[in-house]
Design a protein around this ligand. Sequence first.
Ligand code: FES
Length: 99
Amino acid sequence: MVKIGNANDVADGQMRVFVVDGTKVNVANASGHLYAFDDTCTHMGCSLANGELEGTTVTCACHGSQFDVTSGAVLRGPAQRPVRSLPLQVNGDELLAEA
Ligand code: FES
C-alpha cells in the first residue's frame, strides 16, 4: 500500500484523480465511502473523472458507458470490459492504495 493523498481531498459525491506509479487512479466518494479504480475508460480511454458520479455509478462523458465504482463492473456499454478496481484503505486521514 502506498500513500496517494489525503482522504479529505475527495469530497462527498466527487471524484479525484491521483497518479499512482504512473497510472491515473480515480478515487470516488459515494456517500462517504471511498472507492479507487483506473481512471481510464475501457471503451476509448477517456478520463472517467470528466464524467458524472451518481451514487456508486460513474458515467463516462465521452460515450455514456457506466461503471460500478465499488467493483469496476460495466453497468452499461459501449464499454465491454470492467475498469480495474483497486484496494483502498483510509488510515487516519491518509489515503492508501495498492499500486
Ligand atoms: S471512452 Fe468512455 S464511453 Fe467511450
